[in-house]
Design a protein around this ligand. Structure first.
Ligand code: AMP
Ligand code: GLY
Length: 426
């Protein structure tokens, strides 16, 4: 089956790497891809939001399965677009329609959904420009810190954790009155701050049946000890020690099942990944957010642990046959460390030559912001590569990942040296 993966990050390289290994995959394409996906697939220079060009490529290359990596095309309705075209409606797709993607695309929608279906989450209220004054009033009576979330997609920058009332009022004003994130902040969810350890749970569903994939913990801040600015993710580990069987059973009963049932009741036919961001709040899981896709860099530790044929899981998800699929997971520990360009998540350079990856023997290399320039691989984004080590012990997996992050070289390279250490101490 000819397959197309949309996206250009480490997540998509990990998808491509696994799918290229499957006997079920004939030709594999990635749009637009990176220098890593070019090693296992054919890159098509098409943006992942360019539905018409994607459609043309699907028809030209007789593609039967499309796997959507990032959230943006999902929220913009790529599935709806395929469904609306007679010549494309039978193409299998992993990724929900725009209604399903609202779980990620609108924080207000997802909060209402959680409340409606009794899914544990932080207490919240939503405000708009018209109710701005009541929003300010509401803030007066809340405990600090307090969390403000732009309703729509804001490239990972839409969540503000305000430590003082003044900061909170400024953030609310910037979002609602000054439209800091444009339309995305025309509504703002003000939410109670939850304490605890974060965990990401991934569910694959065909709308009826579901499979829980290995859980992961990611490291969002740029600095060691979880300090400094938020990033797309500086590393990840899987499994997560506090995700005991008992804890995961509570997650399944109180969160996963009501989510799948809720989607059905809303008439949303969801075929794809649900990424549930959780806080382990005194042993009780609470949902922080839903995403309509896999996490990045979490995919780079989740996929290496899935032993079953990933392509057949994708086909089963798209066809609605997931109840018949099996999933086996390795007991090994996976740790990924992301090497980033100097300056990231602020301004950074592109086009620096990357060397040293040839000497990486004990880790898997997933490219993120890279591209080919002639025979050279150069940097092309903030997060450049994710280096995944696997082992029977967490300690050894950390060492393998860190050694690889050390060995890959480019000007200005930075990486966190504490990925997984907190978990090791747990
Ligand atoms: P997001 O941009 O939605 O991924 O959120 C960014 C981060 O903000 C999350 O990963 C959490 O670390 C933090 N966060 C979001 N909501 C809350 C909350 N209610 N309490 C504490 N931290 C939160
Ligand atoms: N690593 C977090 C995310 O993919 O949203």
């Amino acid at each position: 089956m000819n397959t197309l993966i949309l996206g250009s990050g480490g997540r998509e390289h990990a998808f491509a790497w696994r799918i290229a290994q499957s006997p079920l995959c004939d030709k594999l394409f990635v749009a637009p891809g990176n220098a890593g996906t070019a090693q296992v697939a054919t890159n098509l220079s098409i943006g992942y939001n360019d539905f018409e060009k994607i459609a043309e490529a699907v028809l030209t290359h007789e593609i039967e399965l499309v796997i959507v990596g990032p959230e943006e095309p999902l929220v913009k309705g790529i599935r709806d677009y395929f469904q609306s075209r007679e010549d494309l409606k039978d193409v299998l797709m992993v990724g929900p329609d725009s209604k399903g993607a609202m779980l990620e695309g609108s924080k207000d929608f997802s909060k209402n959904f959680m409340v409606k279906y009794g899914i544990p989450t932080a207490k919240s209220e939503t405000f708009t420009k018209d109710t701005f004054e009541s929003g300010l009033q509401y803030l007066e009576n809340q405990k600090l810190p307090i969390v403000l979330k732009a309703d729509g997609l804001a490239a990972g920058k839409g969540v503000i954790i305000a430590l003082t009332l003044e900061e909170a009022k400024i953030a609310l004003t910037e979002m609602l009155v000054d439209a800091k994130f444009g339309d995305a902040s025309s509504k703002v969810v003000i939410e109670e701050f939850l304490t605890g350890i974060e965990l990401s749970v991934f569910v694959l569903t065909d709308g009826n049946s579901y499979k829980i994939l290995p859980e992961a913990k990611d490291y969002k801040r740029i600095g060691e000890g979880d300090t400094g600015l938020n990033t797309g993710g500086m590393g990840a580990v899987s499994p997560v020690p506090f995700a005991s069987e008992k804890f995961m059973q509570v997650v399944e009963n109180e969160i996963v099942i009501p989510t799948i049932e809720g989607l059905k009741k809303e008439g949303i036919n969801y075929n794809g990944f649900i990424f549930i961001g959780l806080m382990n709040h005194e042993g009780e899981p609470q949902v922080i957010e839903y995403n309509a896709r896999m996490g990045d860099p979490e995919t780079e530790v989740v996929l290496p642990r899935i032993e079953s044929d990933f392509m057949s899981l994708m086909i089963a998800t798209a066809k609605g046959e997931l109840s018949e699929a099996d999933i086996t997971v390795s007991k090994q520990h996976a740790v990924t460390t992301v090497v980033v360009a100097g300056g990231y998540p602020g301004d950074y350079k592109k086009g620096d030559i990357i060397v040293g990856y040839d000497s990486v023997k004990d880790a898997d290399i997933f490219h993120a912001g890279t591209k080919l320039e002639g025979n050279l691989i150069v940097t092309n984004g903030g997060r450049v590569m994710a280096l995944t080590g696997m082992s029977n012990t967490l300690e050894r997996a950390i060492q393998k990942s860190q050694k690889a992050a050390h060995d890959v070289l480019f000007e200005g390279k930075y990486y966190r040296k504490d990925i997984g250490l907190d978990v090791l101490r747990y």
